[in-house]
Design a protein around this ligand. Structure first.
Ligand code: AHM
Ligand code: MG
Length: 329
């Protein structure tokens, strides 16, 4: 039987001269294993009483803070990370180890996305983008590094589902790793993931339908009327946990939308640690990711917690959706 390829071996094979990136990812994966263990063993603690309110005025679960702390500890220990922007903190966090001052990477992180569903035991995830600050003209200023997405060099998510997975886009390829709990290691399980060019699953919070603009409403009607006009129905799937919804979209094909609403005119999802990393993954896998008429990766980040409406998934479906959406621009 061929020897299994763990994350370290995989990274060594691809990025021999980039030990810092290997170290950062190794440390993040260790944090994810701790979070995965905690999630698996703590269902009795996942009640609403474990909640408080975060800086966005949203409900924060104690596991949000737990997950953030694991990543911050791991990244501080790694000495490979200069700063972090996290969903749970107002401003950039400068890491404090002596070597961090010279470290190359800035990480945008949603430590535990989808946590508002955690009490009903649905899959949740951690989302991240990795930026090389030395690709920017102002490497000492995290806000400047993240302003345009050109210095993003990798992105990924950990999905805490029945199995824990890491899906990571790096060097023009997307690869999936599954946690082997007996080894405490992520093993390459889904090499070179390609999103299907077309699909028939659409994923959106349909309860917001009457708050969407006309173009989005027209596109959703087109999705609902597939059987009537084209003979074969689409399927609607929405978990409400972005990592799980994107993961299905990536593997099965389909389209994921979180449009602007009248209540949230910029949409709900955050550009730095939700939209951009997922867009980076989807695009490296051969799909498309838009926000309004633009590619998500072309949108500048003017504030760390900026939001953006998103449409992403199989290229053919996104192109069709975009034709409907453009009609209301
Ligand atoms: P969170 O970062 O507070 O967990 O919110 C993000 C989540 C995403 O995982 C998901 O796609 C979206 O919120 C669902 O929002 P809604 O319940 O409005 O459909
Ligand atoms: Mg989130």
């Amino acid at each position: 039987m061929p020897k299994e390829i763990n994350l370290y071996r995989f990274m060594k094979g691809r990025n021999e001269d980039n030990q810092d990136l290997i170290t950062a990812l190794e440390h993040m994966s260790k944090a994810a294993i701790i979070i995965s263990d905690q999630l698996a063993g703590q269902l009795h603690l996942m009640s609403p009483s474990a909640e408080s309110i975060n800086l966005h005025g949203e409900i924060q679960h104690y596991l949000d803070q737990f997950a953030e702390q694991q990543f911050l500890n791991a990244l501080t220990d790694s000495d490979s990370c200069f700063a972090v922007i996290s969903e749970e903190q107002e401003d950039y966090i400068q890491l404090s180890s002596a070597l961090s001052q010279r470290a190359r990477y800035i990480i945008a992180l949603d430590p535990l996305d989808g946590s508002s569903n955690i009490d009903v035991n649905v899959p949740v995830g951690s989302i991240f983008s990795i930026y090389d600050r030395f690709k920017s003209a102002s490497p000492n200023h995290p806000a400047a590094v993240l302003q345009d997405s050109g210095s993003q060099v990798a992105a990924g998510y950990f999905l805490y589902g029945p199995a824990t997975m890491l899906v990571m886009a790096l060097s023009d390829q997307v690869n999936g790793f599954t946690l082997d709990r007996s080894l405490h290691e992520f093993i390459l399980s889904h090499p070179d993931i390609r999103i299907p060019e077309n699909g028939s699953i659409y994923s959106v919070n349909d309860g917001n339908y009457h708050q969407f603009d006309r173009g989005t409403q027209n596109y959703l009607r087109f999705c609902r009327q597939q059987e009537e006009f084209y003979g074969s129905a689409f399927t609607a799937r929405y978990i409400g946990s972005m990592v799980a919804d994107i993961h299905r979209t990536l593997f099965r094909g389909g389209i994921f939308l979180y449009p602007a609403t009248t209540a949230a005119p910029s949409g709900k999802l955050r550009l730095a640690y939700e939209c951009r990393p997922m867009a980076y993954i989807i695009e490296k896998a051969g799909g498309l990711a838009n926000s309004g008429p633009k590619n998500i990766l072309e949108i500048d980040l003017s504030s760390p917690h900026q939001r953006a409406p998103v449409v992403m998934g199989s290229a053919e479906m996104v192109r069709t959706a975009q034709n409907f959406l453009n009609s209301s621009l």
